[in-house]
Ligand binder design. Structure first.
Ligand SMILES: [Zn+2]
Length: 237
């Protein structure tokens, strides 16, 4: 293999490596993973909001139950006095009875409030259950997406390492000054930094090679390297 072939091999491996890096940077598997992570974050914040709501309902439920309990025990206390032996007068008995009568509707109201809180809790618990299930499914999706991404990244990583190794081997056969010229031009011309002379034209030139230039290249030794004075690429005669 001539050093020109080695230079073309270097260019080929550089192009291959760039393509692999481009693929690595634009993997659909990463998009899938990021989408799943985004959905989990949304789900988590929805869950946080609902959990706070649920805590507040819990507090309201306990408060309402404590109110019911307080009224019930007051009624119980009054009943005990009424049917106990400590009543001193019919007036006192009447007063106690009146208080019990006042407390009864209050007790019913409070019991109604407990039921209302329960009714509010029901849909919140249902929604929390849905979000829990969604979180579980989301975690499974994330795990699968991570595994798929790791697999493809490992495969492409191996491909890249091999391309870099082949490039290293080929580059060691290319004279340092030629390699330097190639590397200096590659930023501008990429995969077509080194081009073939096709007998009448530089394949890299956007327009036709001037006749004088064609003539000059034609007279070079086959397989030798020259600069195209028209486009600036490296041309293989
Ligand atoms: Zn050219």
């Amino acid at each position: 293999m001539s050093s020109v072939d080695d230079l073309l091999a270097v260019q080929h491996e550089d192009t291959t490596a760039d393509q692999i890096r481009h693929r690595l940077a634009n993997l659909p598997e990463r998009v899938t993973l990021e989408t799943a992570l985004g959905e989990r974050r949304t789900n988590e914040s929805d869950r946080d909001v609902l959990r706070l709501e649920r805590l507040e309902l819990d507090r309201r439920q306990k408060r309402a139950e404590a109110d019911v309990e307080a009224v019930a025990s007051r009624i119980q206390e009054l009943d005990d006095r009424l049917y106990g032996s400590g009543i001193s007068s019919p007036r006192e008995a009447r007063e106690i009875q009146e208080e019990v009568e006042r407390l009864k509707p209050r007790q019913e109201d409070l019991e109604e409030r407990v039921l209302e809180v329960f009714e509010e809790i029901d849909p919140v618990d249902g929604r929390l259950g849905e979000l829990d299930a969604r979180a579980e499914a989301g975690d499974a999706t994330i795990a699968a997406a991570r595994a798929a991404l790791a697999l493809i990244e490992a495969g492409l990583g191996d491909d890249l390492a091999q391309a870099e190794e082949r490039r290293h081997v080929a580059a060691s056969e290319v004279p340092a000054d030629v390699l330097g010229r190639y590397e200096g031009l590659r930023g501008m011309f990429g995969a077509s930094t080194v081009v073939q002379f096709d007998g009448s034209d530089c394949r890299g030139c956007p327009s036709a090679m001037p006749a004088v230039e064609v003539d000059r290249v034609k007279h070079l030794e086959e397989g030798s390297l020259t600069d195209c004075t028209e486009c600036g690429r490296l041309v293989v005669r």
